[in-house]
Design a binder for this molecule. Sequence first.
Ligand code: SAH
Length: 374
Amino acid sequence: MTSSHPPLGILGMKPEEIAAVFAELGQPAFRAKQLVEWVFSRRAASFDDMTNLPKTTREALATRFVTRTMQIAKVTGSADTTRKFLLKLHDGRYVETVLIPANPALYGGKSDRRTLCVSSQVGCAYDCKFCASGLAGFTRNLTAAEIVEQIVQVEAHAGERVDNLVFMGMGEPLANYSNVTKAIEILNAEWGIGIGARHMTVSTSGLAPQIKKLADFPLQIRLAISLHGATDEVREKIMPVNRKHNLVELFEALEYWNAHRKQFLTFEFILIENINDSLDQARVLAKRARDVNAKVNLIPYNTVEGLPWARPSEARQDAFLAVLSNAGVTATLRREKGHDIAAACGQLRLKQETELGIIESPVPSRRITIGAGA
Ligand code: SAH
């Protein structure tokens, strides 16, 4: 199988698409229903497991579809901590997905909630200056099957269900709009994986036109904005995307979201020392959060090897948080899980692939020591 003909991953197909292929193969329609049940509800990994389908049907299916397109290449972490899964795709590329056993700080989650942080692209084109995921540039979009399969692979490995999903792994989900929204429909559907829409969060660096499009998407998913700068001046320095879609355009899209949706917005705001951690930024951020009724997640910057950024002192973090709280904004300071295994936000990909010798480190491997300890 060559990369120009990616395998037709059945986990990325809706029942009507599966039924259409069945019709082409001259198979009766009820067989398509059986297949959907095997693939999604029963998570069958092989056509041979589908015992109520005739052997000839199974053989015909195997010529058109694959049930799995990726393999788990490496797992870091342990069962009761954050676990990072390195997944090898059919074309030899890698992405990562991170299982967070319980994170009450995330989106009002209950303490027994298992969150999976999924990737949407191999690499990323947006070049945020603080983030590891874009350091090696953009390679390709993930297919809907590859997005859905991250959940299926991790659940099989962990032996438990995932009940909360965040599109906060590698890539910009809204730059892969059609595959991401198709995956969300499959993940949400009764016949599919069955995760509640309110338990799925798409995070974006701020693609204003696609935010509006997503506001028209019928499922009640949540939206998180990686804001990281309260003014154009600060945001532009660390997020080149701001030159394309500035804060006026972004907030216009957020107003549109609010006018169409009931789910609250979340702003992600990484605190980076001397870049965006001034109390002036906190005051402008408070106003902006109030303007669109957003919650704020403050994230102390996670070290990225080779990048010169530092995490502010805890006193500084607390002062920033206090400005928001005093202004009546719901804000949390997120003590990240998985920082030690480079599985925290913005640390994905680079370190592990470098360790495996899969890619050359695109940045000098000089270790930057940061001020406040992780
Ligand atoms: N491209 C999307 C999805 C990636 S989400 C987006 O930008 O939202 C990954 C989250 O981790 C984003 O909020 C991102 O800004 C944040 N992040 C990136 N690098 C980080 C770092 N070094 N420390 C903490 N958070 C980081």
